[in-house]
Design a protein around this ligand. Structure first.
Ligand SMILES: [Zn+2]
Ligand SMILES: [Zn+2]
Length: 371
């Protein structure tokens, strides 16, 4: 039996750029400059929080900290410093780090650290949203409740790691100043990719009024908002709707199926054919969306989904008052809606209307426009 090398308990942070080779293929110089800036920010933040950088390898950094709080604070601060949201374009193209944090025993040797914990931090990093970070349950338990909001991503089996690891992810709202449409678009763009062999239990359920259409949802929501636009008002028969978006793979119909009506050039609405309840919206332009919008009040627990901004406020009815401090956006200010309507050949907001029956039927028969 060989003698065990001395080990030390430490908080391990592993950061790596999401899609680095793809970004390099698009623009080598810009990507390298952003990577270099990002590595500098990480290096400074790590040392400002009492951590030490162990090594850099290409687009990745490994660091250790004397406490999990220091590691988490450093991750939050560096991700906040790297958020740049001048336009949706930047959200797509920018170099963004994923970070994983774990606590475990490591061996210090040859100026590096070794051990299972290092591998776990690197694996946890791989499932984090670009621009955010994930922590193991060991870190979560040490952190103390209430300081930051994390979502439970469940147990994950990682390559070469013996036991499943429970992972928590920081909510984007902790990094962005307030709920906003920009915040929503970021979440939609970067929705986590779950291992499809991993069975997620439903986190919520919903149904139409008569119960002939029922569904369950297996992933966290991407955002909830009011929409005051004319199309929503007319289709739902109420002054305002509240919708909650979920990754498209997260929504499963467990009983019946909604029937769809093409409400506009850019979206269709799913409703119960039997009782008429509105259930979902599906955006068709530009291209099929990777999320579904559920009418929040069709969920069995709508009280858990509070809206974080108002959309379509150009049509807010003068007698319908909601007093809150949430951000308010006109439809023609929404980058998401603008790009959808532009791709449908209708850049002028005055042309953004619901479709009458004959038009909708025509579009539905047009294979090119069917998403
Ligand atoms: Zn029904
Ligand atoms: Zn609307």
């Amino acid at each position: 039996m060989s003698k065990h090398l001395p080990r030390k308990l430490t908080a391990i942070l592993y950061a790596d750029v999401a899609g680095y080779s793809r970004l390099t293929g698009q623009d080598e110089d810009r990507t390298h400059q952003q990577l270099s800036d990002g590595l500098n920010i990480l290096t400074e933040t790590i040392s400002a929080h009492g951590g030490s950088k162990v090594h850099e390898a290409g687009d990745a950094i490994l660091a250790e900290f004397p406490s999990v709080t220091a590691a988490v604070d450093a991750a939050i601060e560096s991700q906040k410093s790297m958020i740049i949201w001048p336009a949706q374009e930047a959200v797509i193209e920018q170099v963004r780090f994923r970070i994983g944090i774990h606590i475990g025993e490591v061996i210090h040797d040859r100026g590096d650290i070794y051990g299972d914990g290092v591998n776990i931090a690197a694996r946890i990093q791989e499932i984090a949203l670009p621009g955010s970070f994930c922590i193991s349950s060991a870190v979560y338990e040490q952190l103390g409740r209430g300081k930051y909001n994390f979502d439970d991503l469940g147990y994950h089996n990682f390559k070469n790691i013996e036991r499943p690891v429970q992972v928590y992810q920081l909510r984007y709202s902790e990094l962005l100043e307030a709920g906003s449409e920009q915040n929503f678009e970021a979440r939609v763009h970067d929705q986590p990719l779950f291992d499809d062999t991993f069975e997620m239990p439903p986190i919520t359920t919903g149904r139409c009024a008569c119960g002939s259409v029922k569904f369950e949802i297996t992933q966290q929501s991407l955002g909830t908002a009011y929409c005051h636009c004319r199309i929503c008002q007319r289709s739902i028969g109420a002054p305002v709707i509240v919708w909650t978006a979920f990754p498209i793979d997260a929504v499963k119909f467990t009983h019946g199926q909604p029937k769809f009506y093409r409400m506009s050039q850019i979206a269709e609405q799913g409703f119960c054919e039997n009782c008429g309840s509105s259930l979902i919206w599906r955006r068709l332009k530009p291209g099929p969306a990777n999320y579904l919008v559920i009418i929040t009040t069709s969920l069995d627990n709508p009280e858990d989904y509070a809206p974080s901004w108002h959309g379509g406020v150009e049509s807010q009815l003068p007698w319908f008052k909601i007093h809150d401090d949430l951000p308010r956006t006109r439809s023609d200010e929404s980058p998401m809606l603008k790009s959808a309507w532009e791709s449908a050949g209708l850049p002028d907001p005055n042309d953004w209307n619901e479709l009458e029956y004959e038009q909708a039927a025509l579009l539905d028969n047009d294979p090119e426009l069917k998403g």
